[in-house]
Ligand binder design. Sequence first.
Ligand SMILES: CC(C)(COP(=O)(O)OP(=O)(O)OC[C@H]1O[C@@H](n2cnc3c(N)ncnc32)[C@H](O)[C@@H]1OP(=O)(O)O)[C@@H](O)C(=O)NCCC(=O)NCCS
Length: 170
Amino acid sequence: MTEPRIRRRRDDDMESCVEALATVYEADRYPVAWPADPAGWLTPGGLLGAWVAVDGPRVLGHVALTRTGDALAARIGRPAAELAAVSRLFATATARRRGVARALLAAAARAAAGDGLRPVLEVEDGGRAAVALYERSGWRRVGSRPGDWTTPDGRTALLHTYTAPPAVTA
Ligand SMILES: CC(C)(COP(=O)(O)OP(=O)(O)OC[C@H]1O[C@@H](n2cnc3c(N)ncnc32)[C@H](O)[C@@H]1OP(=O)(O)O)[C@@H](O)C(=O)NCCC(=O)NCCS
């Protein structure tokens, strides 16, 4: 199996990114509700960078790195200015277990660390593959809290907060 190729997202990737996201929504209900503006959803406020995994012109996966909100920073116990949040991470339904997300996560974490920022993230409890990925990648759970929505299986969302391992912090 060849290593996935990771590069910075370009404007002309957006159509393929949205197509890729549609496969993830179909398979996993991620995001929970299909956004009215999927390209906008892939470009959240405070964006520091975005990366794609590609196979030729096809996008196999995506990750974004953003500024961290004050509430998340408070949960971590560090100033928001020292943190960067990993978000919008997915691998297309047909490109799973090939190391796509592991490589994307590493790229985002490296970029954060390169800017002197500590990578953090939140994941919903039902995202079992994502939780396994983060724990396998050495990320540490530092807290949990209820979310303000109901999951597709009828639970109140439960969000876990993770910080990156020291190897990828500044
Ligand atoms: C979570 C997700 C991004 C993982 O993508 P992926 O490219 O298949 O993950 P990788 O191949 O890089 O997996 C790396 C490691 O994570 C763990 N892992 C990934 N998927 C797993 C699964 N379904 N079950 C158990 N462990 C899993 C494994 O340890 C894996 O290593 P291995 O394959 O050598 O055992 C993908 O399943 C996805 O897009 N899910 C829906 C969207 C989502 O939940 N995004 C995260 C939001 S916080």
